[in-house]
Write a protein that binds this ligand. Structure first.
Ligand SMILES: CC(C)(COP(=O)(O)OP(=O)(O)OC[C@H]1O[C@@H](n2cnc3c(N)ncnc32)[C@H](O)[C@@H]1OP(=O)(O)O)[C@@H](O)C(=O)NCCC(=O)NCCS
Length: 227
């Protein structure tokens, strides 16, 4: 990946919630994360202590970034940014950065913490040089806690990521099309070159247009985002 220079200093934002003040900050350095406690409720993807280890590793990567929501010295939410998995087609693009996961502990949900975390992260000028993607796999979603079906949850997430300018992007990536509720979203940074936009468009559809089912041909031909 072409080197992205991340701002060395953390940016912060204070959010008032019915449970008290929450301090948002990032990018959080790996050493700092190591010292923080993770709320037990941060276990949507794996137990909180193991998720903490994973985040500490991401923060130490040259292209990794973590934005965290703290109540006191306890992490109650976070969002991760990293390069796509090396086996994913998106890793072939030098400018793609992926929002890996976003999670807020259940007792802190619906206080706009996720929305504000994204707002703070996307204020980072380093993202102007990137194509930021998120691949939303429905098998990761906490449908039970949210009391939503997959379509309602998909709508909630696309609105959430849409709040920072990400848009739905059509693709024939089989890991995404495996379930119709899965969704790819992207935001194209303002400094991304036309050549890098073109390379991304080529990755959206690796099958030739003539090999696609009729329903996908028009969006593939345009290779643009859809709503
Ligand atoms: C998805 C998740 C991060 C949202 O966190 P959050 O802090 O509760 O979200 P916010 O309070 O910022 O809400 C963002 C928007 O979604 C809506 N929303 C969130 N949860 C909702 C719910 N259960 N019911 C209805 N609306 C909901 C909010 O009303 C808000 O909409 P608005 O801006 O139009 O008013 C949280 O539910 C979570 O951690 N889920 C488990 C992990 C997950 O599914 N991550 C996404 C895949 S990586």
């Amino acid at each position: 990946m072409t080197e992205i220079i991340y701002p060395p200093a953390e940016k912060t934002l204070q959010v008032q919630t019915p449970r008290g003040a929450v301090h948002l900050l990032g990018p959080v350095r790996s050493e700092r994360l190591q010292q923080l406690t993770f709320a037990e409720g941060l276990r949507n993807f794996r137990p909180a202590n193991r998720q903490k280890e994973a985040l500490v590793k991401i923060a130490a990567l040259p292209e990794g970034m973590i934005y965290a929501a703290l109540h006191g010295e306890t992490v109650i939410g976070y969002v991760t940014f990293h390069r796509p998995n090396k086996y994913s087609r998106w890793s072939k693009h030098p400018r793609v950065l992926e929002v890996g996961t976003i999670e807020v502990a259940p007792e802190w949900r619906q206080f706009k913490i996720a929305k504000k975390l994204l707002e703070l992260a996307f204020d980072n000028p380093a993202l102007d040089d990137c194509i930021v993607i998120t691949i939303e796999f429905c098998w990761h979603w906490d449908l039970e806690q949210a009391r939503m079906n997959v379509w309602q949850y998909q709508k909630m997430l696309t609105r959430l990521f849409g709040s920072v300018g990400m848009q739905k992007i059509p693709t024939d990536d089989p890991t995404i099309t495996e379930h119709p509720a899965n969704v790819l979203m992207a935001k194209f940074g303002k400094n991304v070159s036309p050549a890098d936009l073109q390379l991304f468009a080529e990755l959206q559809f690796e099958k030739k247009i003539s090999e696609l089912p009729a329903c996908c041909r028009s969006s593939a031909a345009g290779r643009q985002g859809c709503s």
